[in-house]
Design a protein around this ligand. Structure first.
Ligand code: NAD
Length: 420
């Protein structure tokens, strides 16, 4: 579960205020950036399999469209709140700006427990939610993508529902959809692959080799499982992985192929019962492992004031959005831990989403090598820009990434002006 003591939107404001102060940014633009452009709350009635009607609460928040159409995932989770979606939308604005892709930020979510729902119930909920937020959506306006507990299949349902209302197929309204209806090759793996590219760049700067680097990954879903597999393929020693049920540890390196097969067969939330090689451990133990690199790839606020002191990793690459609270950031900085922030580290997903949207608009599709090569180029460029900015000003990478991002968005607002 996310850490319920922390309001993620307060974290967004604290991070934004810090960047604005350091940039000495115009106060009027600061005020604009503190408020999402638009937030829609919808009731989503669903006929459940037993004939009852259940009403779920859904959200879509557009934080900023200053740099382009709003872009961001849709999350299904019992802990989803409007403030969480607002925070995730703002993080998307900064992420697209760091990566230099022409999008603003948005996010959506439904407060529900998909693990207790049938596929038919989830499909009906998705379609009704899509209709609820229909006025906001469109390839030029707002383009959803997968996030926690949503997948390519969910995006296919959103695309189909939107298209039914248009009367023709509109693939560009979502990204992360199945490849046979306009999805991009490489999109499913893109976030985890991006985590790997960024980690490689970090190691180069630190003059370290993957073979000498031990890794623990929290979260074994889309981001965590792919990041773990990609890092292992590059030669890193991935010694621990976990999902919400707990995790597995093996000092000389886990058998990731076996773990991926197991997760594929059993679904999410069964790592605590994995009977292959390795010992079981809790999520708290995983976060405190004596490893070189920790990749939090589950939910926000996992590393907080209460457990940051126990973190023994020397570097953290944030696969998840908002996994480290500002209080934890300060503790980690005092301990000398280098944190590659979420808005840089997990941007691979939205970068390939951008490629998918470009391919849909042009109806011209790329091969996977082309997707991965362009992804690597953008991740390396973004990392280099943030690293150099941080070096020049002796700042932590998060502060540098925020300053770069906020400045780019502020500049777009400045040249466009405040309407009317
Ligand atoms: P997912 O639903 O595929 O996987 C989430 C994983 O986290 C699951 O294995 C789940 O069991 C685990 N988990 C949940 N609560 C946990 C806990 N308390 N402790 C340990 N593990 C826990 O979701 P995902 O798409 O992999 O997203 C993970 C994170 O990455 C989220 O913060 C998301 O916003 C972010 N993200 C996702 C993408 C993407 O392309 N999917 C892109 C950028 C960022």
């Amino acid at each position: 579960m996310p850490n319920s003591n922390v309001n993620p939107y307060d974290i967004v404001l604290e991070q934004l205020d810090g960047a604005v102060r350091r940039l000495r940014l115009d106060e009027n633009i600061h005020t604009v950036l503190r408020h999402p452009e638009r937030a829609l709350v919808v009731s989503v009635p669903v006929i459940m399999d037993d004939g009852r009607v259940e009403v779920f609460e859904g959200y879509r928040v557009q934080h900023s469209s200053a740099r382009g159409p709003c872009k961001g995932g849709v999350r299904y989770h019992p802990a989803v709140t409007l403030d969480e979606v607002k925070a995730l939308a703002a993080w998307m604005t900064w992420k697209c700006a760091v990566a230099g892709i022409p999008y603003g930020g948005a996010k959506g979510g439904i407060k529900c427990d998909p693990k207790r729902m049938s596929k038919g119930e989830i499909m009906r909920m998705t379609r009704r939610y899509t209709v609820g937020i229909l006025p906001l959506l469109g390839p030029e306006k707002d383009i959803p993508a997968p996030d926690v507990n949503t997948s390519a299949e969910t995006m296919g349902w959103i695309m189909d529902t939107f298209s039914m209302f248009k009367g023709y197929a509109v693939p560009g309204v979502v990204t992360g959809k199945p490849v046979n209806i306009g999805g991009s090759l490489g999109r499913r793996e893109a976030t985890g692959r991006g985590v790997m590219y960024v980690t490689n760049e970090l190691l180069k700067r630190l003059e370290r080799r993957p073979e000498d680097t031990t890794v623990a990954v929290q979260g074994f879903g889309n981001v965590g499982s792919v990041a773990a597999a990609q890092l292992a393929r590059e030669g890193y020693r991935v010694v621990a992985v976990s999902d919400y049920s707990g995790g597995v540890y093996c000092e000389h390196g886990l058998n990731l192929e076996s773990l991926l097969r197991y997760a594929q067969e059993k679904g999410d939330g069964h790592l605590c019962d994995y009977d292959g090689e390795g010992e079981h451990l809790t999520n708290a133990e995983l976060l405190a492992l004596d490893v070189d690199l920790l990749v939090p790839a589950a939910l926000e606020a996992q590393i907080h004031g209460g457990n940051a002191q126990a973190v023994r990793a020397r570097w953290i690459v944030e696969g998840a959005n908002g996994p480290t609270t500002p209080e934890a950031d300060r503790i980690l900085a005092d301990k000398g831990v280098i944190v590659v922030p979420d808005i840089l580290a997990n941007a691979g997903g939205v970068v390939v989403s951008y490629f998918e949207w470009v391919q849909d608009l042009q109806a011209l599709f790329w091969d996977e090598d082309q997707v991965n090569a362009q992804l690597e180029r953008i991740m390396r460029r973004s990392f280099a820009e943030v690293w150099q900015f941080a070096q020049d000003r002796r700042l932590p990478l998060r502060d540098a990434a925020y300053m770069l991002a906020v400045n780019r968005v502020a500049e777009a607002i400045r040249v466009r002006g405040i309407f009317p």
